[in-house]
Write a protein that binds this ligand. Sequence first.
Ligand SMILES: Cc1ncc(COP(=O)(O)O)c(C=O)c1O
Length: 408
Amino acid sequence: MPTSLYIPSKRLSEKVTRQYKTPTFITDSATVINRIKTLQKAFTKKTKIYYAIKANYNPAIIKLLQKNGIDGIDATSPFEIKLAKKLGFLAKKITFTGNNSSTEELRTIHHEKVLPNLGSLSELKRWGEIFPNTSLSLRINPGSGSGEFKQLITSGKHVKFGIRKTELATAKKIINRYNLNIIGLHFHLGSGLYNTKKFAPAVKMICTLAPTFKNLQFIDFGGGFGVRYHPGKKPLNLKQFFTVIKKHLDPLEKNMGRPIEIRIEPGKFLVAESTCLLTKITSIRKDKSITTVGVDTSLNHIIRPSLYGAYHHMVKIPHTLPLTKVNVVGNICESTDVLGTAIPLGKPQEGELVAILTAGAYCSSMSSLYNLRPYAAEVLVDKKGVRLSKKRFSFNQMITNLGITGDI
Ligand SMILES: Cc1ncc(COP(=O)(O)O)c(C=O)c1O
């Protein structure tokens, strides 16, 4: 079972390039399966894993997760719900954690019969008015958050998510007024947790709040478990998160006199390290201080570097030594289309391949068609071989999918 970041072999990379061209996301099934098993082992069978589908909604990957023991899906939009259902998840195995939902969207969620996880007084009140006497879960903002970058923090004073401590009394009034049945409590601190410093007080807070909801069935401790964007980084010690949960959940269960289900909703932990984005070097520019390597992908396929300043390690294929630091830029007409600065790469040559690692989460799913360049192709690799899981758009498909009307 692989435990490191996925890097495709030279042979496989050349085969993928021949068959599907570049840029192409390559996902290694064995790494995905390994991450599921790692989570299950650390959190024990007691925990239900709801995959945060927004991390990567490639159906082949979701099917792989489903086949290997993922319990459910956490969706953020009606179409994510529809996709999860299409792939065989029952409504009762899907939660909806939207934000700033319109009333029309709340009606759709109700129609879909999935459990809403509401994170604002406005949504709670509107839901209660239209659907009194129904069950739901509450997204709580425990007061502080955590994440790899400040843009990835989703709890705390100045973020838009979750019902704040100061809003709880009003939330209770709304719940009582409309006889709402709170069966779940939830928090999500942010994306990229590497220790339990902020997680532990949040767990304590939510477990303290829990006994005031007499019909509570589960607590969802969110996702965000950190992954490696550099192969030199140690894997996350997941067990420490479960230990913290148990420390507060055991007395809670005693107090309530019954078990409370543990849920988590990881996205990136399950898929990020399994995938690389294979791209081709198109041009090389040598300045005095640094070499800039141009490639045939861009922020259209991997926006994390320009959006967050995120680092993605890269490996030239074939891997050669010595390594020198280069900047890597994409082919979109934006100065911010920089995929990496000071990346240690073997001596680059035009036409060679580069694998951009840890590209399985928030890369394909955040892709755009800017400059009318198509989405990258996607393939899944397993013992049986290489399978195309998402085709690159042709011009006609692009036009059709953009919903452009009128004669062209
Ligand atoms: C509500 C919620 N749950 C789960 C996740 C998954 O986070 P990650 O992919 O970091 O595990 C996110 C992502 O930000 C989220 O907003």
